[in-house]
Design a binder for this molecule. Structure first.
Ligand SMILES: NC(=O)c1ccc[n+]([C@@H]2O[C@H](COP(=O)([O-])OP(=O)(O)OC[C@H]3O[C@@H](n4cnc5c(N)ncnc54)[C@H](OP(=O)(O)O)[C@@H]3O)[C@@H](O)[C@H]2O)c1
Length: 312
């Protein structure tokens, strides 16, 4: 029997450039380390320079040959996303791997700099604009991929078009589910658009199961709801390491078998942990009418037109 896919199976990434959002912590950090170890130049796109520099030092201490750059990026500010994209494009002509990884979870009601819901604005709208601004460069890079990190939380998600900020009835779990569903539907829709235009860039969605990272810690500390209490109890015993949680991302980013439009997650029971494989997603996540509506809404909210150059 073939051994399960692991970082040993990542092919050489020499001469490739990878940009990973939120690469100073958790899954993004582990993905950055693994890709740097295989020779990629990894751009750590992070909101906190001090944390990013500490992450770079930590990777360098293990892999002295690692090629790493810091890019300042706050996904909760559309202005910051635009500056970051411009800076990246000033320094680089190609982008092999765009990894839309950063995220926040279960925050109390709060807003981004642009007045969007913090979870939807950071997790989805920030990445929507970043991808849009880098897309020409990505599609002009042979064999490029865009990997977007979603979550099993998408199963309970709906896109609340009538109240996207949930001003009427905010729920931090509901808002996270909406944001991660948006990540997944964006990845699927982008793949449909790329395929229809005959472009070989792959848009792949992934999820890390349940991984021990810093995600949700502020919410855990403050929350007293049943879901939060269950998570507090369950997370320490049920989660896999951040290193293993990064495997679906790395598989989506590098494995030949990962195709555009795939959704990759852990393979063991309930997709909580284990080596990566292609997984399913909710029926709602595959609805093209909702995906089109979400795309149009995202363009309207961000003022960024994505994929119009080649998809009309
Ligand atoms: N861990 C899990 O079990 C799990 C399950 C399902 C999905 N996910 C998804 O996996 C992804 C990675 O999360 P993780 O588990 O590795 O959590 P993590 O350790 O908390 O890492 C999240 C990263 O996102 C960054 N970030 C947050 N807000 C940002 C912003 N406004 N601008 C730029 N960067 C920002 C964080 O930066 P700071 O360090 O500055 O806060 C951090 O680097 C997320 O998309 C999450 O939704 C995780």
């Amino acid at each position: 029997m073939a051994s399960p896919w692991s970082t040993k199976d990542i092919p050489s990434q020499e001469n490739k450039i990878a940009l990973i959002t939120g690469a100073n912590s958790g899954i993004g950090f582990e993905a950055a380390k693994a890709l740097a170890e295989k020779g990629a130049l990894v751009v750590l796109a992070c909101r906190n320079e001090e944390k990013a520099k500490a992450a770079i030092a930590a990777i360098k201490s293990e892999i002295p040959s690692a090629k790493l750059e810091f890019l300042s990026l706050d996904l909760a500010s559309q202005a910051s996303v635009k500056i970051a994209a411009k800076e990246f494009l000033t320094n680089h002509n190609t982008l092999d791997l765009l990894i839309n990884n950063a995220g926040v979870m279960w925050l109390p009601k709060s807003e981004t700099m642009d007045g969007h819901d913090m979870q939807f604005g950071t997790n989805h709208l920030g990445h929507f604009t970043l991808t849009g601004l880098l897309l020409d460069t990505v599609v002009n890079t042979p064999n490029s991929r865009i990997v977007t990190v979603s979550s099993m939380a998408h199963y309970s998600g709906r896109i609340h078009f009538d109240d996207i900020k949930m001003d009427g009835r905010y729920g931090k779990h509901k808002a996270y589910a909406q944001a991660k569903l948006a990540n997944l539907m964006f990845a699927y829709e982008l793949d449909r658009k790329l395929s229809a235009a005959g472009i070989d860039t792959r848009s792949i969605a992934v999820h890390p199961g349940m991984s021990s990272t810093n995600l949700g810690k502020p919410g855990f500390e403050k929350g007293a709801s049943l879901i939060t209490l269950a998570a507090k109890l369950f997370f320490p015993i049920a989660t896999q390491s951040a290193r293993n949680g990064a495997l679906p991302t790395l598989y989506g980013a590098t494995a030949n078998a990962a195709a555009g439009g795939d959704y990759i997650g852990p393979s063991w029971i309930f997709e909580i942990a284990g080596p990566p494989k292609k997984v399913g997603s909710s029926r709602y996540s595959k609805r093209q009418d909702i995906a089109t509506q979400l795309w149009q809404l995202s363009e309207k909210l961000t003022g960024t037109q994505v994929a119009h150059n080649f998809c009309g």
